[in-house]
Design a protein around this ligand. Structure first.
Ligand SMILES: [Zn+2]
Length: 538
């Protein structure tokens, strides 16, 4: 499995850890992890008892410059062939975003292994290049049923979709606790209604729209002179590469009714309170060391479970989601969910009986070329008011029902089984003894070539018609014809046949080197290979 290292506290890291440990435990497979952001001699790797190939190097390493020279190296591009030739897998699995796994399809060793991708489909349509790659993949798993449906539609059902294997949730840590005691820990009154959300502070998350909606509800409460009975709880980060939280609070004049989590750097105490600046005095150790939790310094899952348990309603408010893990964590704590009727959030509506928040507007986003949405704030307001009106006894029954649904759909053991079923019924076995053709480099210069000559030449040198008719290659040809390409949506750079030629020659070099290593069974002396062997022997 190529992923973020299984000890990293990210969505991909967690998925790798939960799945790899279960596959490994079956004793049916030899499991290896190719770990982005994992290093050799990484103290965090001590609990990995399957094979571990580190992909990253430290910034004082002589190879650091090469590592940083292209963005996909951090996702494994620079070491992929070496790991393949050392491990010789039957199956390669990647559950990350397209731009993190795309290089695997172009590997000269692609024909050896059974390739399974589980892309994070977060909106429709998916880019043509991605769909082209997904079509060439041996099997596709998805994060959501919605994602599967989009891929099927876009490929006229040609995609080799196997199953939805959404991430699960730690059902022991995230569970229903006594709400009043959780509120006591965080300093929240028992008789208030809490609308909560847990999210990164980033553009995709609709924090401003959520505040606008909440402001409207608050004005109803103000008229009834009970504005101290409802709070919005935002578990997020500030400062971050996202919204200016104090500015938003000020815009809407709702500071008194919006709670945030503060985490003490010194004693790890968590408390919830209205905005008190980016740093405040910790109410436990009295140091000025309480801050918003962040990715690098976050609350523990146990603390997060306490936070969810204070919520009366959980709201997911975003323009799209690849999955939206906090919704499932909240549901495991029995919190009813309101979520936007778009992308993977639709799965939460159908599986966890969440309130659907209707869509107000669909729009196309520049950076991603994808369709995104703005939800209908009025619909969210209706949902909050509806939940508020429910008697406590009904709300309590619902908590149990939501918890049961979460156990049914988001249980890691079941999710690992979905993969196992597929592996166990797969007849394919890799044949690493089969030779690769040795290719001759293309020699062509910018001046003396025309496109049809060039394509013929590629065909003769590459001997790979599938690659030549791939969207990626056709796109490069078009770029060469146009004389430019988009490096990113906001950066254009020149491009010519010579660039394309360089690209092809690099692929040919890579092919020939791979074949030499494979054929002569050359052992790599590089530290990450040695370390993988050493760790495995121990
Ligand atoms: Zn403290």
């Amino acid at each position: 499995m190529c992923s973020e290292a299984s000890f990293i506290n990210s969505g991909f890291g967690k998925y790798a850890k939960q799945i790899l440990s279960r596959w490994h435990k079956t004793n049916k497979y030899i499991v290896a992890e190719f770990a982005s952001y994992g290093m050799v001699n990484d103290p965090r790797d001590k609990n990995i008892d399957w094979i571990y190939y580190a992909n990253a190097v430290r910034d004082n390493d002589p190879r650091y410059k090469e590592y940083m020279s292209r963005t996909d190296n951090q996702f494994g591009k620079w070491r992929f062939e070496k790991v393949l030739l050392d491990f010789k897998p039957d199956i390669v699995v990647d559950v990350r975003d397209f731009w993190m796994s795309g290089y695997q399809t172009l590997s000269p060793l692609r024909s050896y292994f059974h390739h399974i991708l589980m892309p994070t489909v977060d909106s429709a349509p998916q880019q043509e290049e991605w769909v082209d790659v997904f079509l060439s993949t041996d099997a596709i798993f998805t994060y959501s049923d919605w994602g599967a449906q989009i891929l099927k539609q876009q490929t006229n059902d040609k995609i080799k979709y196997i199953a939805t294997a959404s991430p699960g949730v730690d059902l022991d840590i995230f569970n229903i606790k006594d709400k009043n005691s959780c509120r006591q820990i965080l300093g929240i009154d028992n008789d208030v209604f809490i609308v909560g959300s847990v999210m990164r502070n980033q553009k995709r998350k609709l924090i401003p729209e959520l505040l606008v909606s909440f402001k409207k509800i608050l004005s109803i409460f103000e008229k009834e002179k009970r504005s101290d009975k409802i709070f919005l709880y935002l578990h997020t980060t500030y400062p971050d590469m996202g919204w200016d939280i104090p500015e938003l609070l000020n815009d809407h004049q709702i500071s008194n009714n919006v709670l945030f989590t503060y985490l003490c750097k010194n004693c790890s105490n968590i408390e919830s309170c209205v905005y008190c600046g980016p740093q405040k005095v910790c109410s436990k150790c009295f140091n000025k060391s309480s801050q918003f939790p962040s990715v690098s310094q976050g609350v523990t899952d146990e603390q997060l479970s306490i936070i969810y348990n204070t919520f009366d309603l959980y709201v997911q408010y975003a323009i799209c989601e690849g999955f939206g893990m906090p919704q499932v964590e909240a549901a495991a704590c029995g919190v009813p969910i309101a979520t936007v009727e778009y992308s993977a959030m639709i799965d939460i509506i159908s599986k966890l009986e969440a309130y659907p928040i209707k869509i107000k507007t669909y729009f196309k986003e520049l950076e991603t070329k994808a369709i995104r949405v703005y939800p209908d704030n009025d619909c969210l307001i209706d949902i909050i008011l509806k939940e508020l009106d429910k008697p406590i006894s009904i709300r309590n029954n619902n908590r149990v029902r939501i918890r049961n649904l979460t156990e049914k759909y988001y249980n890691w053991d079941n999710i690992a089984k979905i993969w196992e079923n597929y592996f166990d019924n797969l007849d394919f076995r890799a044949d690493w003894s089969k030779p690769l053709p040795i290719l001759r480099k293309a020699s062509i210069s910018n001046k003396d070539s025309n496109f049809s000559q060039f394509i013929n030449l590629c065909n003769n040198t590459m001997k790979n018609s599938e690659l030549l008719s791939s969207f990626k290659f056709l796109n490069m040809l078009q770029n060469a014809d146009y004389g430019f390409h988009y490096v990113s949506p906001t950066q254009i750079s020149g491009y010519g046949i010579n660039n394309l030629c360089d690209h092809i020659n690099t692929m040919i070099d890579n092919n020939n080197r791979s074949e030499e290593v494979r054929q002569k069974n050359i052992k790599f002396e590089e530290d990450f290979i040695q370390y993988a062997h050493l760790k495995n022997d121990i």
